[in-house]
Design a protein around this ligand. Sequence first.
Ligand code: NAD
Ligand code: UDP
Length: 311
Amino acid sequence: MRVLVTGGAGFIGSHLCERLLGEGHDVLCLDNYFTGSKRNLAPLLGSPRFELIRHDVTEPILLEVDQIYNLACPASPVHYQYNPVKTIKTNVLGAIHMLGLAKRVRARILQASTSEVYGDPLEHPQTEKYWGHVNPIGIRSCYDEGKRVAETLMMDYHRQNKVDVRIVRIFNTYGPRMALEDGRVVSNFIAQALRGEDLTVFGDGSQTRSFCYVDDLVEGIVRLMNKDGFTGPVNIGNPTESTILEFAQRIIALTGSRSRIVHRPLPSDDPRQRQPDISLARRELGWEPKVHLAEGLEQTIAYFKQLLARR
Ligand code: NAD
Ligand code: UDP
């Protein structure tokens, strides 16, 4: 098949492109390089089945493809809050343009949604039936509400135009190829620990997250894309939950760092708790995460060590 991956030069997108090429597909990677990088795709650039397109999803494009994975959107709060109007345009116009393309060429389309659609959740763990607790006017809204509208668009094109859609709600994912200056907690803590700098825990660190290794995530979204008769939305994430303070301590232990933990103000609307209920993914996709946190972090730390050594 010919598969389009928007945001393919980013962290998750580059792993997905690699996986799809490995399965024998022709892969078109589309990216504007806002947070992604050609370096992430270096191992793929020699392949005759791999094509790279510099393009912004806020502009329309016409391509002949069989499947579309719509991942284009900065995922780190630092980056998506840098230009919030652009973030909402990327989510909304990007979804409209990719859905328009899917409709025209009859491609199946998968939207990368997020656990952020649950906002600061009042139900725990989060199931797909939960409608969320989202601030529509806060600093995270450009991302949260943008992704919620993208989900709405998917379902409206599905009902109105019979577009074959898939929606995945991705929970915090980590692994090699996260950008060093990305600003998310995993890359921040590992880079700080390896440099011997203080680890910056926002607030008292009692807020929780559940971290999924990127290979597990990619397996889940590829299964969703190729499952007939199931649109989702479906949660893909690792239910192993920890507080951010425990997570900082774990990174210090795993890196053998002498770094200390310092506290910084908690950004507004930072969700207090997050853990996916993955019963639906287990039932519909036969999927569950395989990589333990210790194992995934070992791979990720090794990657960041290499990256820092090169610098
Ligand atoms: P990332 O920032 O590494 O990748 C996003 C990619 O999209 C980058 O390559 C960036 O350059 C590209 N991009 C941004 N705006 C664009 C535009 N207007 N046009 C074209 N390309 C554009 O982030 P990631 O972690 O790889 O996330 C990928 C997708 O998964 C995003 O849609 C994100 O919202 C979603 N997601 C990720 C996580 C996570 O924990 N990593 C969690 C939930 C959802
Ligand atoms: N966080 C932190 N220190 C950092 C970066 C993030 O304590 O240097 C916290 C952040 O406040 C949040 C959690 O870690 O509670 C996860 O943040 P991230 O930006 O990785 O993802 P998200 O909040 O979108 O889940």
